[in-house]
Design a protein around this ligand. Sequence first.
Ligand SMILES: NC(=O)c1ccc[n+]([C@@H]2O[C@H](COP(=O)([O-])OP(=O)(O)OC[C@H]3O[C@@H](n4cnc5c(N)ncnc54)[C@H](O)[C@@H]3O)[C@@H](O)[C@H]2O)c1
Length: 348
Amino acid sequence: MSDRLRVGIIGAGGIANGAHIPGWKDLGDAVEVVAVADVAKATAERTAAQHGIPGVYESYEEMLQRERPDAVSVCTPNKFHAPAAIAALAAGAHVICEKPPAMLADEARAMAAAAERAGRLLTFGFMYRFSPEVTAAKRYAEAGAFGEIYTGRVTAMRRRGIPSWGVFTNRELQGGGPLIDIGVHMLDSALYVMGYPEPEGVLGATHTKLGDREPGVAPWGPWNHRNYTVEDVCTALIRFQNGAALLLETSFIANIEPMEELNVRLSGTKAGVKFFPFSVFREENGTLVNQEAAWQPESSGYRAEIAHFARCVRGEAELVSTPAEAVKLQRIIEGIYRSAERGQSVSI
Ligand SMILES: NC(=O)c1ccc[n+]([C@@H]2O[C@H](COP(=O)([O-])OP(=O)(O)OC[C@H]3O[C@@H](n4cnc5c(N)ncnc54)[C@H](O)[C@@H]3O)[C@@H](O)[C@H]2O)c1
């Protein structure tokens, strides 16, 4: 590897342009984004022109072969995460793959095995882990401030938040709806703070009652309800081998009060925590107290995640989000969808 990190981008849509490329560019001379690949050639060309990226490809296989990048951002729809990441790892690149890791647990396992085989790093775009709030919660947990965390609630609810762009409502390309798209962020953050306990079983339910109807109020633009093949809402109970349990609720569209609520609440034997805004709840000197951070740094989780990954590639830091965790997360998500389909709880 030369002094400069040579980076390739696979998939040149919203997250590549809005987060990954700016994140890599932020690192200045230490990094060069050498090429971008997108099945839509015009999209790749537009992105390359906008960011001054020299290499433009329709096929990521060709990009990997010709450019041999040191690191690759995988920013495609979920269906292509596993094949693109595995190809990049096999071509000798370290990979940061957007969330969710994949659509299925077996894909996440294959990605982890590919990283192991290639001796390369594989991590995922869980940028909430780099937020001041989740970072604070993790520090408190590691300091033992919460005691044993045994129960909690994971919320990623939107009242009217069906994306009218991209392929977020296409189950075949994404693997599901709000659970795999936004629920996955909050679930990952909760598990991170809990120390990623081993999951045991889940009971899940999904409902599609509104998204497949003619749109009414659509603050994010009218979506294509005829091609709406994902759940509106997912409700689940997740049990872990250590006895802990999490309740999860997530929606793209539901008749609820807030327009959007993304949050995690965890309860431990010594204290509880809410992530946003970061708050700690405990009993102290005979009084129930709520504690909040007086100040937290402003930070972009997206930029921080790329900067951290670059440091990991240089051997200056350890991955925060690992392939082994991704497999556990994907087992839970797949288990919830399987449970919802079967109408009964499943072991995972
Ligand atoms: N971390 C976050 O908060 C966050 C936010 C948005 C999206 N994402 C994730 O990023 C990924 C992409 O989302 P997006 O919003 O950028 O979608 P998008 O639709 O804007 O872009 C996806 C791009 O991938 C291209 N593509 C499709 N198949 C490809 C293939 N086989 N090879 C190369 N390119 C291919 C498409 O042509 C498109 O340009 C998804 O997995 C999504 O979950 C994460």
